[in-house]
Write a protein that binds this ligand. Structure first.
Ligand SMILES: [Zn+2]
Ligand SMILES: [Zn+2]
Length: 133
């Protein structure tokens, strides 16, 4: 059984969404410093809208680039497969890749950043997109 967050503040990422006739709940717990197990904080970028470039340990000052920090963390996923209805859970690395999704509203393909995993029963690929727009 995956450990679920009791508070969204424990998470670097959290989503709970409906995908067709299925459901995906995914979360990534904040990581700790690989050197001292200290708390990692995002280094605030110059612009409030920008993504932080790196994370820094508040105890020892160890700095890790955002991408490296994120990709070292596991994403926890509980899902109901939209294709076969299989209800299961899985852990995958928090690694996004570019995928093409078909936008029903605009009736065209768009590219999106997503963490992709396979249903353990039917092997259908399920995407946890960063943003659906
Ligand atoms: Zn540290
Ligand atoms: Zn399935």
């Amino acid at each position: 059984m995956l450990k679920e967050p009791t508070n969204v503040a424990e998470c670097l990422y959290f989503t709970n969404r409906i995908i067709g006739s299925g459901k995906v709940k995914a979360w990534v717990f904040k990581g700790v410093c690989v050197k001292c197990q200290g708390k990692m904080n995002a280094v605030k970028p110059a612009s409030a809208l920008a993504k932080p470039k790196e994370y820094v340990c508040e105890s020892c000052g160890n700095k890790v680039p955002t991408k490296e920090y994120e990709e070292s963390l596991p994403m926890n996923i509980k899902y109901i497969c939209p294709k076969c209805g299989n209800e299961s859970e899985i852990q995958v690395p928090y690694k996004r890749k570019k995928i093409k999704i078909f936008d029903e509203e605009d009736q065209k393909e768009k590219s999106a950043d997503a963490v992709q995993f396979e249903c353990s029963k039917c092997s259908d690929k399920i995407n946890v997109t960063k943003k659906l727009k």
